[in-house]
Design a protein around this ligand. Structure first.
Ligand code: AMP
Length: 878
C-alpha cells in the first residue's frame, strides 16, 4: 500500500491562522476559532481545490484540539464541542460531525498538555477531478492542527517475471481492480497473460498466471539471462538452461536447441534432452531353419544400436535363378510372418517359397534416424537358403458340374504350388452338419462324379492333392446340394464314421476274475489306511487357501470344476497350478473318492507324472492342487494340431509317456486307464501321465464300459487278458501304451474308429490289430505291434520301450522308413492285411462309391489306407 497526500491551501472565514508552539515548544501552525460566548456562530474554513489525481476514494485525517465547554469560565453560553466537515464537488455535502475524543480544560492549558484528537474519514466514490473541503464551526473552541488528505494505491510490483504498474484502487469498499501484468524483457506469458488484483486497501491480491523466460533464456534473480554457449533451453516449462545432450552442440549463446554433430541425427519426436543418434549396424548371428518350403530366419540384435531403442528389421528376399542367371526379387506369393518389413522381433517365418530352390535373404536393421542418414552406408547380413521337398499347396477352388439326385460332378484346378508331380487327389465329403461321419474317395484327375448321395441334401466337399512329398492341406469347405427326390429309397452311410456309439453298444459282458496287484509295491495303497483322511495327509501337503487365487475355469472334472491360477507358497516362487474342486453338497464318500487321487499322486515324483502340489481340506471347497499343464489333455491337443508336429516331436512325446509309465511300473503301480485323454501336455510339449485312482478313474472315464460284474473297462485301450479275467498288470499297461502310440501317431484318431466294443474284442481275440497310421515310421509300428502281443510276457517292458525310443531319437534316419511303404502291414502277428478286409465288414458299409470300393479292393501293398494322415504337412517351427 502506498499513500499519496493531496495538496491544499486554506481560506479562512472567521477562523484565524495562528503560529504556536506545542507542548515541546516546537513551532506549529494551526487554524483556530473560539467564539463560544457569542450567539449564532457559523464560521467556515475552506481548503482550496484539491485534485483527486484519479482517486475515487480519499481519506481525510484531522488532528485537532477542542475545548471542554464545562471548563469555560463564566458559564457555557452557546459553547459546542463538535464541528462539521463538508465536501464540495458540484454541491456541498456534509461528510460528518466531528467530535473530540478528548477535550482540554484550563488546567491542561496551565500544564501545557495538548490533548490532540485524530479522526479519519473516507470519502467516495468521488466523481470529479477535484473537490473542496470545508470545516464549519457552530460555536466551539477548536484548533485544527493538521488536515491530511490522501488516497491509497497498489504500488508498482514485479512478480513472476511480470510488471504490474502503480494502480489506484476502485471506489467501492470491497472492489478489486484487475490489472494485466507486462512480461519483463525476454520473457513470455505462460499459458495466459499474468494478472493481479488491486484492493481498495492498496494491496495486490489474487495473482493469476505468470511469465517465464523465452527459450534460450533462463530466470536468474527475477530477470531472464541468456543461455551460455554449449547450453540450451527449448521449453517454456523447463526451469533453466541445460547442457547439450551427447553428440550435439550449441555454438552460440541463447540456443533454443542443440544441433547434432556430423553423422548423428534427431527426429521430430525425439525429446530435446535426448542424445543425437545414428543408424544401427547390421544384425548378427543370422541363422536359417528350412522346413520344406518355409524358412525360419533368426538373428541377434546389432552390435551398434545407434543409441536408439526403436530398432526394426527389414527382409529382402531374392530367388537365385538357375544357371547363374542372377537374382530375382521374391514374388508377392511369398508370405512373411508376421511381416517383411518393420519387424520388431529378431525372427521371421518366410512361407510359400518354391521347393528345391535357392534363395538369398538380406537382413537389415533400421531405426528412427535411418531415413535421415542417407549418406550412411546400409549394412546387411545375408543368408543363402535352399528349400526342401514340400507337400502341394491346397486346392483353391472346387466347382460343381452336373448335379443329380444322388450325384454331384466336381472339378478343381491343380494347386498353385504343386511342389512336385501330383499323384492323386483325395476328396473328403460329408452331409452338412454331420461332420462326425465322412467319406474319402480318390481321383487321379481334377474332376470326378461323387455318387451315392442323398437327394435334396447339402454336402460339404474338400479336396487335397498328394505328391511324393505327401498330402497337402485340404481345400476350404465347398457346399453343394443334390437334386430333389424322385423315388423313395433308403441307404446307409459308408466310409469312416467318427460318430459316437450307442451307449448300449459300448456295454460289454465280462466274465472272470478279481483285480490282482502283482509284484512288490513300493507305492502304498491308500486302501490300507483305515482313515482315508490320514492317507491324504500322509502323502499330500495341506495348502492354506489364501495361497491360491482362482483365475479361470479350464475344465470339468467328475467332482467339480477344474480351474487354474497362481499358487504362492511362503518362501517359494509363484507357480501356475491347476485346481480341482469338489463341488458343494458332496457326500462323505464323494469327498473320500475325490481325495483318493491325491493320496496316490502324492506318492509320485517324476517329470512325466503330473505333480501334486497339495490339497485344501481345512476349508471349503475341498481342492486338489497340481501343476498346470498349458496344453490340456493329449487327445484334444493332438486333434487340434493335426499334422503339425515332426515325427521327432511325436516320438519325444511318446518317450515322455513311456518314461512316466516306467516309473509307475517300477513303483508297482498299475494305471489301468492309460489313454491319450489321461495324458496332460504342458507348454513345452512335455507329456505327463495323470488320472490316478482305482475304481474311481474308471467310473470317471467316459470310455469305460460296464461289465456284468458292475466294473467298467475302457475296452479299446485294454489288453485282452484284462478284459477277459481282469488281469491288470504293467504288461496290460504296455498294451494300453501301444494304443496311446497309435493315438499319437494318428493325431488323436479313435482306436478302431466306430467299431463297437464287442467287435473290437472279437477282432483282437482273432489276432487282428490296428493298422499302422498313415506315414507312421515302421519302427514305431513294430513297437506298437509288440505291445499288442497276445501273450503278455512277450510284450516289451516299459524300460525296454524307453530304451528303444531313445535309440530312435538318437538316430532319426531309423524313422525314415514309413509304414505306408510296401511293408506297411508287416505286423508280427502277420494279420494286418486281414484286418483291412475285416474292417470293411465291421464298418458295415452298405453302399460305396465306385472309388471307395476301389480302395478296399486294392491289395494292401498298394495304396490301401483306412486313415490318411501326412505328418508334417503343415510346417511347425517350435
Ligand atoms: P480331470 O478331472 O482330470 O478329468 O480334468 C478335467 C479336465 O481339466 C481335463 O480334461 C483337462 O482338460 C483339465 N485339467 C485337469 N488337470 C489339469 C492340469 N493339471 N493342467 C491343465 N488342465 C488340466
Amino acid at each position: 500500500m502506498l499513500y499519496k497526500n493531496l495538496k491544499s491551501l486554506f481560506f479562512l472565514l472567521k477562523w484565524e491562522e495562528i503560529g504556536e508552539v506545542d507542548e515541546d515548544y516546537a513551532p506549529i501552525h494551526t487554524y483556530q476559532v473560539c467564539r463560544v460566548m457569542e450567539q449564532n456562530q457559523n464560521n467556515w474554513l475552506y481548503t482550496n481545490w484539491i485534485l483527486t489525481e484519479g482517486a475515487q476514494r480519499v481519506y481525510i485525517e484531522l488532528k485537532f484540539t477542542l475545548r471542554d465547554c464545562n471548563s469555560l469560565p463564566g458559564g457555557v453560553g452557546t459553547c459546542k464541542e463538535t464541528f462539521n466537515m463538508v465536501l464540495k464537488e458540484n454541491r456541498y455535502i456534509k461528510v460528518d460531525t466531528i467530535a473530540a475524543d478528548e477535550s482540554f480544560t484550563e488546567l491542561d492549558l496551565g500544564d501545557r498538555v495538548m490533548k490532540l484528537n485524530t479522526e479519519v474519514r473516507d470519502l467516495g466514490p468521488l466523481t470529479h477531478k477535484g473537490f473542496y473541503l470545508a470545516f464549519q464551526d457552530l460555536g466551539a473552541c477548536i484548533a485544527l492542527v493538521s488536515v491530511r488528505v490522501f488516497y491509497k494505491r497498489c504500488p508498482f510490483l514485479v512478480k513472476s517475471l511480470a510488471e504490474f504498474p502503480d494502480t489506484i484502487p476502485g471506489s467501492e469498499a470491497s472492489q478489486l481492480v484487475e490489472v494485466v501484468g507486462h512480461c519483463v524483457n525476454n520473457s513470455l506469458p505462460l499459458y495466459e497473460p499474468p494478472r493481479m488484483h488491486c484492493s481498495t486497501e492498496g494491496e495486490w491480491l489474487v495473482p493469476i498466471g505468470k511469465c517465464v523466460c523465452k527459450p534460450g533464456y533462463e530466470e536468474i534473480s527475477g530477470a531472464c539471462q541468456v543461455c551460455k554457449v554449449g547450453f540450451y533451453r527449448s521449453l517454456l516449462e523447463s526451469p533453466g538452461c541445460s547442457k547439450c545432450p551427447p553428440h550435439s552442440v550449441a555454438r552460440q549463446t541463447g540456443a533454443t536447441v542443440c544441433t547434432c554433430e556430423d553423422g548423428y541425427y534427431k527426429i521430430e519426436s525425439d525429446p530435446s534432452n535426448m542424445a543425437c543418434t545414428r543408424p544401427p549396424s547390421a544384425p548378427r548371428n543370422a541363422i536359417s531353419n528350412v522346413n520344406e518350403t518355409s524358412v525360419f530366419l533368426e538373428w541377434s540384435i546389432p552390435l551398434e544400436t545407434g543409441g536408439r531403442k526403436d530398432i526394426r528389421y527389414n527382409i529382402l528376399c531374392r530367388q537365385v535363378l538357375p544357371e547363374g542367371r542372377g537374382l530375382d526379387e521374391c514374388g508377392p506369393n511369398v508370405r512373411f510372418l508376421p511381416r517383411r518389413v518393420a519387424l520388431s522381433n529378431t525372427s521371421v517365418m518366410v512361407a510359400d517359397l518354391q521347393s528345391h530352390t535357392n534363395y538369398s535373404f538380406l537382413l537389415e536393421a533400421v531405426n528412427g534416424v535411418s531415413e535421415l542418414a542417407k549418406d550412411h552406408p546400409k549394412q546387411y547380413v545375408s543368408l543363402n537358403v535352399t528349400t526342401n521337398q514340400a507337400a502341394p499347396s491346397p486346392v483353391s477352388v472346387v466347382r460343381k458340374g452336373h448335379t443329380g439326385k444322388s450325384s454331384i460332378a466336381l472339378s478343381w484346378a491343380e494347386p498353385d504350388r504343386p511342389n512336385g508331380i501330383i499323384l492323386e487327389y483325395e476328396i473328403k465329403y460329408f452331409e452338412k452338419e454331420q461332420d462326425s461321419s465322412y467319406t474319402i474317395i480318390k481321383s487321379k484327375d481334377t474332376e470326378m462324379v461323387v455318387e451315392g448321395l442323398k437327394p435334396s441334401s447339402v454336402y460339404i466337399f474338400q479336396v487335397r492333392a498328394r505328391t511324393s512329398a505327401g498330402y497337402g492341406a485340404f481345400s476350404r469347405r465347398f457346399e453343394f446340394q443334390t437334386s430333389p427326390y424322385l423315388l423313395c429309397f433308403s441307404f446307409r452311410r459308408c466310409g469312416y464314421s467318427k460318430a459316437k456309439q450307442d451307449p448300449e453298444e459300448e456295454k460289454m459282458h465280462f466274465h472272470n476274475g478279481h483285480i490282482k496287484f502283482p509284484g512288490v509295491r513300493t507305492y502304498i495303497d491308500p486302501l490300507t489306511y483305515e482313515d482315508p483322511n490320514q492317507a491324504v495327509h500322509e502323502f499330500a501337503q495341506e495348502i492354506d487357501v489364501s495361497s491360491i487365487s482362482i483365475e479361470r475355469i479350464i475344465g470339468a472334472g467328475e467332482f467339480g470344476e477344474v480351474c487354474c491360477g497362481p499358487l504362492r507358497l511362503p518362501g517359494k516362487r509363484e507357480i501356475q497350478v491347476a485346481i480341482k474342486t469338489l463341488k458343494v453338497g458332496y457326500t462323505e464318500q464323494q469327498r473320500r473318492d475325490f481325495l483318493w487321487e491325491a493320496s496316490i499322486m502324492g506318492q509320485f515324483n517324476h517329470p512325466n507324472i503330473i505333480r501334486l502340489e497339495g490339497v485344501v481340506t481345512k476349508s471349503k471347497p475341498v481342492m486338489i492342487i497340481t501343476e498346470y499343464m498349458e496344453n490340456g489333455s493329449l487327445d484334444t491337443f493332438l486333434k487340434k494340431n493335426d499334422g503339425q508336429f515332426t515325427v521327432i516331436q511325436l516320438v519325444g512325446m511318446l518317450r515322455g509317456i513311456a518314461s512316466g509309465m516306467r516309473y509307475l511300473s517300477d513303483m508297482g503301480y498299475v494305471h489301468r486307464d492309460l489313454a491319450a485323454r489321461n495324458i496332460l501336455v504342458n507348454g513345452n510339449l512335455v507329456c505327463k501321465v495323470s488320472d490316478f485312482g482305482l475304481s474311481r478313474v474308471l467310473e470317471d472315464d467316459p470310455e469305460a464300459a460296464y461289465t456284468t460284474r458292475g466294473g467298467k473297462i475302457p475296452i479299446r485301450w485294454t489288453a485282452p487278458e484284462a478284459i477277459a479275467y481282469r488281469k491288470f498288470t504293467s504288461a496290460s499297461d504296455v498294451w494300453s501304451y501301444g494304443i496311446v502310440m497309435w493315438e499319437v501317431m494318428s493325431y488323436g484318431e479313435r482306436p478302431y474308429w466306430e467299431m463297437s466294443n464287442q467287435d473290437v474284442i472279437k477282432a483282437v481275440e482273432e489276432s487282428y490289430r490296428l493298422p499302422g497310421p498313415m506315414d507312421c515310421p515302421e519302427a514305431l509300428y513294430h513297437l506298437m505291434m509288440d505291445c499288442w502281443q497276445h501273450e503278455r510276457t512277450n510284450r516289451p517292458k516299459f524300460d525296454e520301450i524307453v530304451c528303444l525310443l531313445d535309440k530312435l531319437i538318437r538316430n532319426p534316419s531309423s524313422l525314415k522308413k514309413l509304414v505306408n511303404s510296401s511293408h506297411r502291414y508287416e505286423g508280427k502277428s502277420g494279420s494286418a492285411f486281414t484286418l483291412i478286409c475285416i474292417a470293411v465288414l465291421l464298418f458295415r458299409t452298405s453302399f460305396q462309391t465306385k472309388h471307395s470300393i476301389e480302395i478296399y479292393k486294392q491289395k494292401p501293398e498298394k495304396k490301401t489306407q483306412t486313415k490318411a494322415k501326412f505328418i508334417g504337412s503343415v510346417v511347425s517351427f517350435k
